[in-house]
Design a protein around this ligand. Sequence first.
Ligand code: JD8
Length: 401
Amino acid sequence: MRLDVISIFPEYLAALDISLIGKARRDGLIDLVVHDLRDFTHDRHRTVDDTPYGGGAGMVMKPQPWAEALGYVDRLAPGPTRLIVPTPSGRPFTQTFARELVHEPHLVFACGRYEGIDERVYDYAATDLGWNVTPVSLGDYVLNGGEVAVLAMVEAIGRLIPGVVGNAESLVEESHEGGLLEYPVYTKPAHWEIDGVAREVPPILLSGNHSAIAKWRHQQRLERTAARRPDLLHTSQFMAADAIDITPAVPADAPELLVLQRACFVREIAAHGNDQFPALTEELPDVVDGLSTWRTLIARAGGRLVGAARGRMLDDGVTWEIGRVMVAPDLVGRGLGRRLLEEVESIAPREATAYRLLVAGGAQRTQRLYKKAGYRPIGAAAEVAGTVAMTKRRRPPAEGS
Ligand code: JD8
């Protein structure tokens, strides 16, 4: 892979002379050259910038020096060239993109400064040089120029070249490889004391039980990702990371609850042609009203509403009626339904001595879940056609609880 970097501060890229990238260059694994843009100016002051057309603060980099610099490196490396232009307005640079770029035969990095580079340079590179021009951002913060971004990108791409990083093995379990953040690491001493405080290495890591260690490390990656980067997790992984938050519903949850109940009960229509199921016919105001007449719990995974359940006391003053135990269709079968049922049982007032709930007549899977939870069917429910009522005695709450 050939890389060319163009900058008015070539010394900024000196960091690429050292460490793994530096060694890879000396070992011929990476062919990287840094060019000074001012070498492509012809005036005594080696001018690379001028005032912006349309006015405004700062200066803009002139097109001619860039065109000559890009033309020069174009002749240095045959074959397709990709021009990476660091800019806060570029596509986010990610590990996935790094893994894509490592397969490019020739990468050119244009380090801008000031307010940026005259926009016509990108059209020249794409049209006249036939390059694939890609504006890329290192992250949602503002730097003073492209050099820092190029340092990061060249390192992230270079270390993926076979042979650059000693044990390729370690490339696998890194953050952003496989979508999870990396697990915590420890080294000697196992017992570490500082300022009179002793800190131990998690015993599992001293056990020699490699499958248990791998399991523990995976769980650590899940929990750390759920806590720090929920955006990286697929909802199902929240379950595995046990990072589902169950909280009381608030009126603002009503729109998502309406969507969830439609999604969860739509099968009723297909299974029993029953499109009059309340959960299917309700509109938003009905859901909002329900939040004031029922105590409703919701489950969220990384901010997404993935489940709910509700309860209310029946007029007999002793029965806690449970309803709308719902789990998002893509998450059924992972234990969330059982957990929601336990939670909504647990919020029943002290005077409740029994639970009662309705199940769609044909919903065998759901009935099995309730039977496993101790519920027993007591026959057809009068109040909602096509449903079966199931009840369970409530174990008296433990003394003092
Ligand atoms: C290239 C000039 C400075 C940017 C006026 C401040 C990348 N993630 C990132 N943040 N900032 C950059 C970046 C900033 C640059 C240049 C990259 C060239 N500047 C400009 C526009 C606002 N000044 C970046 N990658």
